[in-house]
Design a protein around this ligand. Structure first.
Ligand SMILES: O=C1O[C@H](COP(=O)(O)O)[C@@H](O)[C@H](O)[C@H]1O
Length: 226
């Protein structure tokens, strides 16, 4: 496929996903006062967030948080917080309330408890969780080479501090348990490489090898473009 065609397909996919997510939030907002939307960082979600931000919704009743975050300052290039503020909390969605995963703690280990308390106050189950996936099969910050992977997959905590040799910055991540406390989950992927990784994940069951597997045993809507 030519690059421009792939780009068009990714843009259409991002728009379709935005329409689905907005529909889900609207549906839940008819039943409850506030709803929770959990988003992922990384490069894939940018056009999705921009499309979603333009859709009409009672955004002031939407609480947005992240599946994971790098423990960096909020003006750092790698900050998901900054990414959400620049690409999601704009247009109509500027009215939404954002709940960051970072605080003044020097490390995620130091800051995690306060983040846990803060996020506990949101409406759970979340209406929507949008996951991404890395080429190593990680999702959120549940990395195959992380000493905290078992905790992330098994513990009933809301968040964990996570470190992995494969990534430089310390992270904070929602646990599998919390990500699964959601009415709808979407997996947003672009590219042939990620399709191959997902196919491998679907063909096996070792969650330590490919942590995304921990999310494949329950409904997960796949949004993939070449
Ligand atoms: O590091 C991360 O990577 C994955 C995928 O990122 P992408 O750049 O390939 O879209 C993301 O889902 C995850 O939340 C993030 O921490």
């Amino acid at each position: 496929m030519k690059t421009t065609e792939a780009g068009d397909a990714r843009t259409r996919l991002a728009q379709d996903l935005a329409v689905s997510v907005a529909g889900a939030l609207r549906e839940d907002l008819e039943q409850q006062e506030r709803v929770t939307l959990v988003l992922s960082g990384g490069s894939t979600p940018k056009p999705f967030m921009q499309a979603l931000s333009q859709l009409e919704l009672p955004w002031s009743r939407v609480d947005i948080t992240l599946a994971d975050e790098r423990w960096v300052s909020t003006d750092h290039d790698d900050s998901n917080d900054r990414f959400v503020r620049s690409n999601m909390l704009i247009n109509a969605a500027a009215e939404a309330r954002f709940h960051p995963l970072v605080n003044d703690g020097k490390t995620p280990e130091e800051g995690a408890e306060e983040v846990e308390q803060r996020l506990t106050a949101l409406a759970w189950p979340a209406s929507v969780v949008v996951l991404g996936m890395g080429g190593d099969g990680h999702t959120a910050s549940l990395f195959p080479d992380s000493d905290q992977l078992d905790d992330g997959l098994e513990s009933g905590a809301l968040v964990i501090a996570a470190r992995a040799p494969s990534v430089g910055q310390p992270r904070i991540s929602l646990t599998r348990d919390r990500l699964m406390r959601s009415r709808r989950r979407y997996l947003h992927l672009n590219g042939a490489d990620k399709k191959t990784v997902l196919a491998r994940a679907m063909a096996g069951n070792d969650r330590h090898e490919l942590p995304i597997r921990a999310f494949l045993d329950a409904p997960l809507a796949l949004y993939w473009a070449p």
